[in-house]
Design a protein around this ligand. Sequence first.
Ligand code: GLA
Length: 384
Amino acid sequence: MKEKILAEFHSRFGENPVLYASAGRINLIGEHTDYNGGFVFPGAIDKVIMAAIAPNETDKVRVFSIDINEEAEFGLNEEDAPKQSWARYVFGVCREILKRGGIVKGFDAVFAGNVPLGAGLSSSAALESCFAFALNDLFNDNTIDKFELARIGQSTEHNYCGVNCGIMDQFASVMGQKGKLMRLDCRSMEFEYFPFDPEDYELVLVDSRVKHELADSPYNKRRESCERVAKRLGLETLRDATMQMLNSIRTDITAEDYFRAKFVIEEKDRVLAVCDALNAGDYETVGQKMYETHKGLSEDYEVSCEELDFLNDIAKECGVTGSRIMGGGFGGCTINLVKKDLAPEFVETVKTKFKEKYGHEPKVYPVVISDGAHKVEETVEEVN
Ligand code: GLA
């Protein structure tokens, strides 16, 4: 990928660029909790968006996406927003840095990625984080702190891409570290790294290849339901809500809002239970909580689909320790905690059975927990 990006940059823009990369993410547990002030448990993965970037001494940005095979050119003022939806991620990051008093000048960029699109692995957060990290390095002497870079990505989603997402994806993409998951408290924003290297288990992603699309999606509606219930309870977020409180207003709210909030309250406790179980090396409990999350996401939060439920059923039949929808839902992947000696058989079975039913095999990705946003140093030396 590096060579391809550099070759393209040289032929389009000439100058010696600097290479940056940022990662997609997984999340062990804690779904739709981030925008409710709850806990999440993500990590960055070894699938990245990589960009070659160089300042161009103008007030224009020129970006070429290798994967889409399209170039966009735009200025840096609010009215200069590009039409192409992929370019709005880059434009949004520039604007959000400028709005915070940071510096962005004209630059040229070429990027590509191997984070599968629409698989729920946060290709968009990887793109935002890659450019936020790069522009901080190139124009701001790295004075914007890393957490703020994540917020810049999140604000880009809110203000330029129409998704009212939480902070999890951008946080994981920026802050991820090799071999470690992170538990983030999305209210206090405190977090800790959790080494994740279970000897007898591995994490396997099974991609239904049903494209998940969050923009203009029911995702924002889920968030609105949660906010309505929190408000009704006199709380800022559902973080402090209990089932008892929720049941006390059950007749005052819609059944839909009730079940959305129920899921969030239960999920918050599941993340804490998983932390304890991980500390105790109790992977059976971790797995059981993952199945509970799937059930909640499917029945109460209603962000599953037939294919994802089918993948979950097969995992259960195969004796997989834990399995659930990962990320926003509405398609994409399941994440599976599988005993190492069972993994090959599970992968075979899930491919065969899924193909029998839906006519195509799901994609399977092993999870390698990796570093988040970074400068790709060694390649720069190769270039020079
Ligand atoms: C998407 C959003 C995140 C989070 C997840 C669900 O990935 O971008 O902020 O809400 O869905 O956990």
